[in-house]
Design a protein around this ligand. Structure first.
Ligand code: PLP
Length: 493
């Protein structure tokens, strides 16, 4: 299967899956999309039901990454999923009103990004091997917190690859900062940026499109690649866990094979929910996709009105991984509902005016599948407390945004169908906000260790090992950069 840019579908720009994983972004600034969406049916799902997660993931990936052999994908998935996770890859917890909490944070950094970023470096290594690439790949990552750490863990000490991560100085949680600052590995660098996530992301994008940077790196036998969710190698592994979760529900006789489910996703860059959309287009029995946002509710507006307008206030919230005004992967949805020419036009409007409005036909297609809600900070806090008090289930701030959206969906549409609510991070990653939402406080609120212990004691839940182990580690990275210094810092690596 070949891949094309979301902004132009021509034979000249078609690429194989391994080329796409190496390149990340298309030359015209578009994102890569497969030429068609492979189809699955009840028989395929039944076949997966008896398999382990890594085998399911390899089978799902093989439908998209057709220039990899099944054996290669199985070996990548084995390395990614069978050694670094804490007991299981994904876990489903049943709650009331048909909510099925899909926990995706049992990997090495306690966020769902591990699901993709544990396997993507393996896919990239294989791709470099396949294409005979001799140069070093330099991975640049802009992060609002979780991507950075998950990418660092995935790429650390991988041969032929270096990685540099940029995060907004005041836009990530203390725990996320500590996770990144203490990162181990010989090939890693971490920088704080003075600005917000969109500044970090546009800085990285500017480096990618700079001819002078490209030349300078070429002289050092290095080329740039990306680990952000704009890379198809990030997106494809995310499709697998939706299919796998469906299999789990079938196995538990919670649903019958073929029964439709809703899926609620706490959304930032639109990668996770877009993977769910692809799963639906493949034939997974999905009814509605519920897009949950925090106070940065640009997607709530877009998915209901068709107008995307980033000329608005940016809020720093307690769900920082969703503090985004430019959701890059939305471009892939535009491509599917409006085609490449219009997508190129909308993206031009976005970069020139910060705003675009899609045609009615595109909006109608979007609304067939998507609904959108947002949660204020107060609603997020209230959801954490109620979910714990009433159902003895502890969720993090991002998951709470999704729970709040699921509740609003239920009030409007009922709960006849099971609703898979995606849980994207361990509550311990955002312990200060989770603890205060529960109406509790630690003796010393500025000491993260104290906060974590207080949360554990009060909720009688265990602190995940990757978090408890953090406090003994040495700080390796404390550099803070102006936006304008990003380019030169990359050249120094
Ligand atoms: C990245 C992240 C999100 C948002 O996911 P997108 O794919 O960017 O929409 C939500 N929650 C957590 C905890 C995250 O790390």
């Amino acid at each position: 299967m070949n891949y094309f840019s979301t902004r132009a579908k021509t034979r000249e720009n078609e690429k194989t899956a391994s080329q796409v994983i190496i390149r990340g972004l298309a030359d015209d600034g578009g994102l890569y999309m497969p030429e068609n969406i492979p189809q699955i049916d009840g028989g395929f799902i039944k076949g997966l039901c008896g398999l382990k997660y890594y085998e399911r993931a390899a089978k799902a990936l093989s439908l998209f990454l057709t220039d990899y052999t099944e054996q290669e994908l199985l070996s990548c998935a084995d390395m990614a999923y069978n050694y670094t996770f804490d007991g299981y890859n994904t876990k489903i917890s049943p709650l009331k009103d048909g909510v099925r909490m899909l926990e995706l944070w049992h990997g090495p950094t306690c966020a769902f990004k591990d699901m993709a970023l544990q396997i993507m470096p393996k896919l990239l290594s294989k791709a470099l091997e396949k294409t005979g690439e001799q140069k070093t790949a330099l991975i640049l990552v802009a992060t609002s917190g979780d991507t950075g750490k998950a990418a660092l863990e995935g790429y650390k000490d991988v041969k032929g690859i270096k990685i540099a991560v940029f995060y907004p100085q005041n836009g990530v949680s203390r725990m996320q900062k500590l996770q990144m600052a203490t990162q181990e590995g010989q090939n890693v660098s971490v920088f704080a940026i003075i600005g917000n996530f969109d500044d970090a992301q546009s800085g990285v994008k500017a480096i990618f499109s700079s001819e002078s940077v490209k030349k300078a790196l070429e002289e050092k036998n290095t080329f740039l690649s990306s680990a952000n969710s704009i890379n198809w190698g990030r997106l494809a592994p995310q499709i697998a866990y939706y299919i796998s979760a469906y299999c789990d529900l079938v196995n538990e006789k919670d649903i019958t094979n073929g029964e439709k489910v809703n899926i609620t996703v706490p959304t930032g860059n639109f990668g996770n929910i877009f993977a769910a959309y692809i799963a639906k287009l493949m034939g997974l029995p999905v009814n509605k996709l519920i897009c949950a946002s925090n106070s940065n509710n640009i997607l709530t507006d877009f998915l209901s009105t068709g107008i995307y307008d980033r000329n608005r206030k940016f809020y720093t919230t307690m769900s920082p991984s969703m503090d985004i005004l430019i959701s890059s992967n939305l471009e892939r949805l535009l491509y599917l509902v409006a085609g490449p020419e219009k997508t190129a036009f909308y993206m031009k409007e976005l970069s020139e005016k910060g705003r675009y409005e899609v045609d009615k036909s595109a909006l109608d297609k979007i609304k067939e599948t998507f609904c959108a809600y947002f949660a204020t900070e107060d609603e997020c806090r209230k959801t954490i407390k109620e979910t714990f008090d009433e159902q003895n289930y502890l969720c993090d701030t991002h998951t709470a945004v999704a729970m709040s959206a699921a509740e609003k969906f239920k009030n409007e549409h009922g709960c006849a169908k099971k609703n898979i609510v995606v849980s994207t991070a361990s509550p311990y990653k955002f312990a200060p906000d989770v603890l205060s939402s529960l109406g509790r406080s630690a003796k010393n609120p500025d000491d993260d260790k104290d906060v974590i212990n207080a949360l554990s004691e009060y909720t009688k839940t265990a602190v995940p090992k990757p978090i408890s182990e953090l406090f003994g580690k040495k700080i390796r990275f404390d550099k803070v950069l102006e936006k304008t210094e990003m380019q030169s810092s990359v050249l120094e690596l």
